[in-house]
Write a protein that binds this ligand. Structure first.
Ligand SMILES: Cc1cc2nc3c(=O)[nH]c(=O)nc-3n(C[C@H](O)[C@H](O)[C@H](O)COP(=O)(O)OP(=O)(O)OC[C@H]3O[C@@H](n4cnc5c(N)ncnc54)[C@H](O)[C@@H]3O)c2cc1C
Length: 559
């Protein structure tokens, strides 16, 4: 197949037009007259975590609370392994981003006095089905911004440790894009599909996190030698069984408690952090006291109706299931289970190691949202806040004369992508390797099958087998551009799997039950009050250990 090469030039390249990417584009336009190129794999109208809408903004400083309260909460939930500076700067921006979204047309529920309706102590309720189209419309209205939809970014343009753009391939057209820029923001979200999901086989893409967020941003960074942090802190969502619908609306909306099959409330017994809620459910099932549920039986008819409406906004399948079975939550408790593990820096602390301005260890490259590490509990508004911080810093950094990639390097990328095309194609083989990777991670790197537990020996096996799959993946071929993207996604996931395994091995303790359950080291150990980081040098991942950073500090890299 003929592969065209298209060069595009900009001041600020944003990779990924989700929550953080779109908000960064809007912020950048407020602060400079520079050009923005937003490269998105899908279409920014409906892409990423916000594609289907959300019904609450999970991170908000409610009346009587302060940003420091939010920092304290996130630190406690992550058992201390957070970057105080990142959490503080994110928390200080939360409410500002909500005002911006409201001015763009987002409906935020208000009480009779005009105050936002809080759900619990950190959330506010919204009608958020249209949150992504609203953002996309605001971005499209900026004359400085060019949106390039349906391109899959797969590698950075790097010169002397500085990033000058990225390479992408068309999802539908056989085109290699050379996107050169003075500053780049990675906002590709987290990674799904590394582990065998609750619903394998034909339904394997029915999962909690968007199946299109395949960890490209992490993998590109790892390959380019960027430092990564805390990949061992995986995220496992506690979900409604079978539908994978969120449970927060039940727990916070109607105060539903986690109960075992004997009707006993077990959540206090194991603790109330996000990981402990999953761990408690796993333990109750192992002890033969499952299935576990959220106790909703007996809620009022109004609460029942409110729940059905709330789920229509974010997980309509759940409402349909209740209606179709006639067993709405007031009549039947809602069964829960843990998902497979994900890497997602908006919920846990995994991702790029950034300075306080969200610049990575590669100069010229910033990271925001779920792909950026050190700052858990970001959710939508935290991703916006990080988009804002990084875009402001990027806008202030555009002073150096732009460097273009060598013609030889571009030719080598072109040759490699062209070599993946073969008119006979082989996408079935790509699928088979994806399933093999998920099986290895499930069985040997702490997936659902082992109740999220792993050992040094099992991780060694996982690393060896993923390495073998990386070798086999070198022979993959594709007939169509979309199939090339599938191959690139698999390669990214395999790269990330090995990094996750290395991180799981390196932290020799069990700090977060279920999220990282190391059977050789079952206790938490204060000697591990530090960040486990990694960076790739000459094709090998090196571990780096760094002391904790407090919220009053300003963290800078020393390149
Ligand atoms: C099911 C679900 C429900 C949630 N509910 C809530 C809620 O109710 N309230 C709340 O506050 N938070 C919620 N969150 C969390 C919140 O939505 C996310 O934390 C936030 O949207 C992350 O923003 P992001 O920009 O990092 O990622 P995303 O918004 O996912 O954006 C990433 C973008 O990058 C693109 N991309 C990926 N790879 C590439 C590539 N190689 N090249 C080009 N583009 C690429 C993707 O297509 C996507 O558009 C929820 C998350 C999920 C998954």
């Amino acid at each position: 197949m003929d592969l065209a090469v298209k060069w595009m030039d900009t001041d600020f390249l944003i990779v990924g037009g989700g929550a953080a990417g779109c908000y960064a584009a809007l912020t950048f336009c407020k602060h400079t007259k520079g050009r923005v190129l937003l490269a998105e794999k899908a279409n920014i109208q409906r892409s990423g975590c916000l594609a289907a809408g959300v019904n609450a903004l999970n991170a908000y400083i409610t009346a009587g609370k302060t940003p420091q309260d939010y920092v304290d909460y996130a630190r406690q939930d992550a058992e201390g392994i957070v970057r105080g500076d990142l959490l503080r700067t994110m928390a200080e921006g939360l409410n500002r981003t909500v005002s911006t979204l409201e001015s763009l047309g987002l409906t935020i529920l208000k009480d009779r006095n005009g105050k936002y309706v809080a759900r619990g102590t950190r959330n506010i309720k919204i009608n958020g089905e249209n949150i992504k189209p609203l953002l996309a419309r605001a971005v499209a209205a900026q004359t400085q911004v060019t949106v390039l939809n349906e391109v899959n970014v797969f590698d950075y343009i790097v010169k002397d440790g500085r990033v000058w753009g990225a390479y992408a391939v068309g999802v539908k057209e056989p085109v290699l894009y050379v996107l050169s820029a003075k500053a780049v923001l990675c906002a590709t979200g987290g990674a799904s599909g590394l582990y065998r999901p609750n619903h394998p086989g034909f339904s394997r893409h029915k999962m909690w996190y968007p199946p299109f967020n395949t960890g490209a941003g992490y993998a590109m960074g790892i390959r380019a030698g960027a430092e990564m942090t805390t990949l061992e802190m995986r995220f496992i969502a506690l979900r409604v069984k079978d539908t994978i619908a969120p449970t927060g609306t039940l727990a916070q909306g109607v105060g539903a408690k986690q109960i075992n099959a004997l009707g006993e409330v077990y959540e206090q017994h194991y603790g109330l952090t996000t990981s402990q809620r999953v761990y408690g459910t796993v333990q109750e099932n192992l002890a033969g006291r499952g299935p576990c549920c959220l106790r909703t039986e007996g809620i009022s008819a109004q609460q029942d109706l409110d729940l059905q409406k709330a789920y229509l906004n974010m997980a309509p399948g759940q409402t349909l299931r209740w209606l179709e079975s006639g067993q709405t939550p007031r009549l039947r408790n809602v069964e829960i289970e843990g998902t497979e593990p994900y890497i997602v820096g908006g919920h846990t602390a995994s991702g790029y190691w950034v300075d306080t301005d969200r610049q990575t260890t590669l100069r010229g490259l910033f990271a925001a949202g779920d792909v950026a590490g050190g700052c858990p509990q970001k959710y939508v508004t935290g991703a916006f806040a990080e988009g804002e911080i990084s875009a402001k810093a990027a806008a202030a950094s555009l002073t150096e004369p732009q460097v273009l990639p060598d013609a030889q390097e571009v030719q080598a990328k072109k040759d490699w992508i062209a070599s993946l095309f073969d008119s006979r194609g082989a996408s079935a083989e790509t699928d088979a390797l994806e399933e093999a990777m998920q099986a290895v991670m499930d069985e040997y790197a702490g997936g659902i099958q082992t109740q999220y537990r792993f050992s040094e020996a099992s991780l060694q096996t996982a690393d060896k087998r993923i390495g073998e799959l990386q070798q086999r993946a070198k022979g993959l071929k594709a007939a169509e551009p979309q199939e090339v993207v599938y191959i690139l996604e698999l390669l990214d996931r395999l790269t990330l799997c090995r990094a996750v395994i290395a991180h799981l091995r390196a932290r020799r303790e069990t700090r977060w039950h279920s999220f990282a359950e190391y059977t050789d080291y079952p206790q938490q150990d204060p000697a591990w009050d530090l960040y486990v980081n990694s960076r790739m040098k000459n094709g090998k991942l090196e571990m780096v250990f760094r002391p904790l950073v407090k919220e009053q500090d300003r963290y800078e890299h020393f390149h």
